[in-house]
Design a binder for this molecule. Structure first.
Ligand SMILES: Cc1ncc(C[n+]2csc(CCOP(=O)(O)OP(=O)(O)O)c2C)c(N)n1
Ligand SMILES: [Mg+2]
Length: 789
């Protein structure tokens, strides 16, 4: 034990002299350090000195465990001692992290030192209040772990995270995050504030579920707690989330959300202006502001309890501002002395939450200073003993192990779900859509004649909403207006404002709402009004939705189908933002499903597949709808109705099921395979007809799924003719054709390949549009070159 302390202290000394930069690999460093290092951890020495100097009260009789720690506080002495133990264990976890790092066995050193009063916030809440936590939440986590039944050893959980052990309970060695389903702590990414839109969405959704008579994983009176740092408040994601919380509460929507700002006055090296958090947060409409001194555990507990009661009882948001300090720099690699004066650093020690709690306990006569120090050393021994035990824990060793939870898929179960629904209702019997009391008796869509793409999506949404009671449709203009293109028309009337509603104009909030809804057990189908506007909120897909399963070993999932009208060729409504044809930002996200139906029949089947996959497997799906094809009716000639499809009756849904990653072949031409998707399907089919007149017979493969690509279909289609032309409406750089060709080459295709794509340009207004977009003529020319050239 002594040796560990010494090596740990030596490491602290070494790091204070190290240069700033990425975490060093201490491979060359000897394990352990000499006894000369002992006693050089300055911050700890200052803490010891301050504790020794506390003026001890020696009451004739020790106070009772249930006595208040201080007159007027609702925190008892017994509870203070428990929380003090959690605070100290958290502090020792920070030191253990640095010690493990110094030995090359740990990989994460961002600590909680100075923030340990969040133990009191945890104590003021319930185990079953879902928590989305800041990365300095060690003490909060330990208190939560102790609240569990049976009680968990949170220290071991955190240590396993430091060493990236496969047995770590939440991320299984994939990251160091605070999380555990039994503790209702949902893991967060390192992207500051990115969890706040989800937290707002979760608070909204627990209430919305109750309104709809649906269960969530949490009790009816739960609240959602989300914590974050002071610098994070400046992030536009935080600003958007706070605004949306305010926007909801302002119009009386219930939103039980406790926002906890742990304000240490600095973000890495950038100071937060004095008074800024209070000024920026105390006057937000309908978000009640509370403030507490994090150096004072009793005050923090009392204020946190008041804030929690306020949120729980009123089902309204509150902002709890806890003033903290940051001890030991931003992370183990941070040389704080480069940007803070010694006096500033020393001043923080006086506000050390451990000292504050020691002061409370000594003043109450519950402990003497010597007993505090003994307790501190005992806690250190326990944590370091556990740290030594986890050092050799097995890690993830194969890519398969690492990747297993990215997007677990069970296509057979998805297909069976659709088949079971086919069997549920006999032909001729009313089904969900018609049984819905809000739905005026209307003929089923299959008897309505051939439909456009937009109509088919509309009818499918209605059919699915009727059968899937957890499904919500929301976004900008989707409810009252029924969508900019009418795709959600009639849904509000049929299913009510509890399930179909307009959102504020903030894509991050829309997606965050969806992420929260998914966690609450709902099936969110948000709409992002145009593909161009997905980009300003892309992190909610890339960083949040797509990673949750990965960082939680699939214990948490993000069932999600985001409808995104997009792509180009809109006549009369031009310009880049309504014709964005860039998909690169979606294509590289591990596990993400990107569906792109070109016609009505595929849209209906693929949307059903996405919804079933989201509900059953937690799949994160982007449903990309080519706007230019929404209302298209014809294929070759005006009036031919070649782009319309009949809506399949329910009893044929199993037979017409389109699994994720299956393409669709048109024709059986022998000269050339055109591989395409979206608008390119119609362009290519028209080109193929012209080419046929020239004696070139083509087949056209519609990929339908842009992620994952229909691998088997792709290879089969290419092999069928030995010549492949990729007709890609996205840009040449980063577009779909890059991945199609790479896939074929990787698979050993040795035939001829060429591609035509849109220019690496933004899309201009007016007739100039045609100069940058893939055209039918370009496809024809390239096909002739490929076959004859
Ligand atoms: C979006 C984003 N930008 C930058 C970073 C890098 N970064 C990590 S922590 C941090 C400062 C956060 O400060 P604050 O919110 O005050 O939390 P504290 O570390 O002080 O507790 C920064 C800039 C990040 N993680 N996420
Ligand atoms: Mg800070």
């Amino acid at each position: 034990m002594r040796l560990w302390n010494q090596s740990l202290l030596a490491y602290g000394r070494k790091m204070s002299a190290a240069a700033a930069g990425p975490e060093p690999r201490p491979a060359s460093e000897p394990h352990g350090a000499g006894p000369a290092a002992a006693g050089e951890d300055i911050a700890e020495q200052r803490l010891f000195r301050a504790i020794r100097e506390l003026s001890a009260v020696e009451p004739a009789v020790r106070p009772a465990a249930y006595d208040a720690i201080r007159s007027g506080s609702s925190l008892s002495i017994a509870r203070t001692l428990e929380l003090f133990d959690a605070q100290m264990a958290s502090r020792h976890l920070d030191l253990a992290a640095r010690w493990l790092r110094s030995r090359g066995t740990g990989y994460y050193t961002i600590g909680s030192a100075g923030h340990e009063s969040n133990a009191a916030v945890a104590a003021a809440l319930r185990l079953t209040d879902p928590a989305l936590l800041h990365y300095r939440s060690g003490a909060f986590y330990l208190v939560r772990a102790a609240q569990a039944n049976p009680r968990r050893n949170g220290v071991t959980d955190v240590l396993l995270g430091f060493v990236a052990a496969a047995a770590e309970p939440i991320a299984g060695g994939r990251h160091k995050v605070f999380g555990h389903p039994e503790l209702h702590v949902i893991p967060q990414t390192s992207t500051i504030a990115s969890h706040l839109p989800r937290a707002v969405g979760l608070a909204f959704s627990v209430e919305r579920a109750a309104k709809l008579g649906l269960d969530t994983p949490w009790p009816r009176d739960c609240l959602v707690v989300a914590s974050f740092g002071d610098a994070s408040v400046n992030h536009s994601t935080a600003a958007g989330a706070l605004n949306t919380a305010s926007w909801c509460a302002y119009q009386g929507l219930p939103l039980p959300l406790l926002l906890v700002c742990e304000d240490n006055g600095i973000g890495i090296s950038v100071r937060t202006p004095a008074g800024w958090i209070e000024s920026a947060s105390a006057s937000r409409p309908r978000i009640k502001y509370f403030a507490a001194d994090g150096a004072d555990l009793a005050q923090t507990y009392d204020v946190a309890a008041a804030a929690a009661n306020w949120v729980r009882d009123r089902r309204a948001p509150a902002f709890l501002h806890v003033r903290a300090v940051r001890l030991g720099g931003h992370a183990g690699t941070d040389v704080e002395s480069a940007y803070r004066s010694p006096a500033e650093i020393a001043a923080d020690t006086a506000r050390d939450p451990l000292l504050g709690t020691a002061r409370l306990l000594v003043a109450a006569g519950a402990l003497t200073p010597a007993e505090v120090l003994d307790r501190y050393e005992a806690a250190k021994s326990r944590v370091l003993a556990l740290a030594a035990q986890v050092e050799g824990a097995p890690r993830l060793v194969t890519a398969e192990q690492v990747m297993a939870p990215i997007a677990p898929r069970r296509p057979a179960i998805v297909a069976a779900n659709l088949a079971a629904r086919s069997r549920q209702v006999l032909p001729g019997q009313p089904r969900g859509w018609q049984r819905n009391p809000r739905q005026p008796a209307s003929p089923p869509p299959e008897s309505a004649g051939p439909l456009t793409l937009a109509q088919a999506i509309n009818r499918t949404l209605a059919d699915e909403m009727a059968d899937r009671e957890t499904m919500l449709v929301f976004g900008e203009d989707v409810a009252r207006k029924g969508g900019v293109y009418g795709v959600t028309r009639g849904l509000l009337k049929a299913f009510g404002s509890g399930r179909v509603f307009d959102s504020p104009l903030d894509e991050q909030s829309i997606l965050g709402m969806a992420l929260g809804a998914g966690l609450a057990g709902l099936l969110p189908v948000p709409e992002i009004q145009y593909l161009a506007y997905l980009h300003n909120a892309a992190d909610q897909i890339r960083g949040e939705a797509a990673t949750l399963s990965f960082f939680s070993r699939a214990q948490y999932r993000n069932p999600l189908v985001v409808r995104v009208p997009g792509l180009a060729y809109q006549l009369g409504f031009g310009g880049h933002f309504h014709n964005d044809n860039g998909l690169a930002a979606l294509r590289d996200i591990p596990g993400l499903v990107v569906a792109c139906p070109a016609r009505a029949a595929d849209a209906a089947a693929m949307l059903r597949t996405c919804l079933a996959a989201a509900e059953l497997d937690g799949s994160v799906c982007i449903f990309l709808e080519p706007i230019a094809l929404y209302h298209e009716r014809d294929l070759y000639e005006p009036g031919d109705g070649g782009w319309l499809d009949h809506y399949e009756p329910l009893e044929r849904w199993a037979a017409t099921h389109v699994p994720i990653g299956r393409g669709r072949m048109y024709g059986s031409g022998q000269d050339l395979t055109i591989i395409t998707f979206g608008n390119g399907v119609r362009l290519s089919m028209r080109a193929a007809r012209t080419l046929a007149a020239d004696g070139i017979s083509c087949r056209v493969l519609d990929l339908r799924w842009l992620a994952p690509l229909p691998y088997e279909d792709l290879l089969r289609a290419a092999a069928a003719t030995g010549r492949v032309l990729v007709a890609d409406e996205t840009r040449r750089t980063g577009g779909i054709s890059e991945t199609v060709i790479t896939t074929l080459v990787d698979a050993g295709f040795t035939g001829r390949i060429a591609r035509v794509a849109s220019q690496d340009s933004f899309v201009p207004l007016g007739d100039a549009t045609a100069t940058v977009l893939l055209s039918e003529g370009t496809i024809e020319d390239a096909a002739r070159d490929l076959v004859r050239g």
